[in-house]
Design a protein. Structure first.
Length: 125
């Protein structure tokens, strides 16, 4: 009599996928618009973090969640500060060749590697 199935119809699924992709595109558009305003992003992030801390203190709870969030943010911060290519590892491999520290390239075929972060700023933000 009644056709109740646990599976959504194909029309509903395609509609949900279309809405999801539209929301993802809109979110990406907002991120692209906000990208040039680096100081404002960091200030907004800091303000939201302080508001979250005040809420945790005021509510007298959620300490475990706040602690886990703090560890996660610290992990992201350390990844943001560390270089993508670790010079100490390169120095260990070159130690047998020469006993000096890292230097600028002397030949045209040597590559100069500037500081490249392991985690880009926008992904950290």
């Amino acid at each position: 009599m009644n056709d109740f199935s646990s599976e959504p119809s194909e029309g509903a699924t395609s509609s949900l996928l279309a809405q999801k992709s539209q929301i993802e595109r809109r979110f990406q558009q907002i991120l692209d618009q906000v990208t040039p305003f680096t100081p404002y992003r960091w200030v907004a992030t800091s303000v939201l973090l302080v508001l979250f801390m005040i809420r945790v203190i005021y509510a007298e709870g959620w300490y475990i969640i706040a602690y886990a969030l703090g560890i996660y943010i610290l992990n992201l911060f350390l990844a943001f500060l560390t270089p993508k290519f670790d010079p100490s590892v390169e120095m260990d491999t070159q130690a047998s060749e020469m006993e000096e520290g890292p230097s600028l390239p002397m030949k045209n075929d040597e590559e100069f590697k500037p500081f490249i972060r392991r985690l880009p700023e926008f992904k950290f933000w």
